[in-house]
Design a protein. Structure first.
Length: 148
């Protein structure tokens, strides 16, 4: 399998949004590409925040976002946060998600992060098993406040 994983560009957004919708990460009707372009432009202004895509056979088959944030704790060591992990359902089970997380972990190590974290819904049993198979450990609780 000749998988390539690279930072996304604006022209990749239609495929990223398709992945979010098809994989169930974005459960509603999905975002319009024009709106996605506006948000992507804002994201690119954040230091150390990147959207990544995985390509196979000239098709976008996976995506994730990675934020490396600075800290005033842990002696100033940054922390990595992964968000929006999605793999095309037709390509799941081929190691694509594993390779994407390996890239995220490598990016965090290179940035000197003391940890990399992510959260997933407890109802997503397959996702929970997947992250545990990669060596992620349950650590505390993830709390959310829905804003609307």
């Amino acid at each position: 399998m000749d998988l390539s994983i690279r930072p996304a560009a604006t022209e990749d957004l239609p495929e990223v949004l398709r992945l979010y919708y098809q994989s169930g990460v974005d459960a509603d009707s999905g975002m319009r590409v024009s709106d996605g372009e506006q948000f992507f432009e804002r994201i690119q202004q954040y230091p150390n925040y990147s959207l990544w895509i995985a390509g196979l056979e000239r098709k976008t088959v996976g995506t994730f976002a990675l934020l490396v944030m600075d800290n005033l704790v842990h002696h100033g060591a940054p922390a990595g946060i992964v968000e929006g992990v999605a793999v095309d359902p037709a390509f799941q089970g081929r190691g694509i998600g594993r390779q994407m997380m390996e890239v995220a972990i490598a990016q965090c190590r290179a940035a000197g992060c003391y940890k990399m974290s992510l959260s997933t819904n407890l109802k997503r049993k397959d996702a929970l098993a997947f992250y545990e198979s990669l060596g992620f450990e349950k650590h505390g609780y993830s709390f959310v406040v829905e804003m609307g």
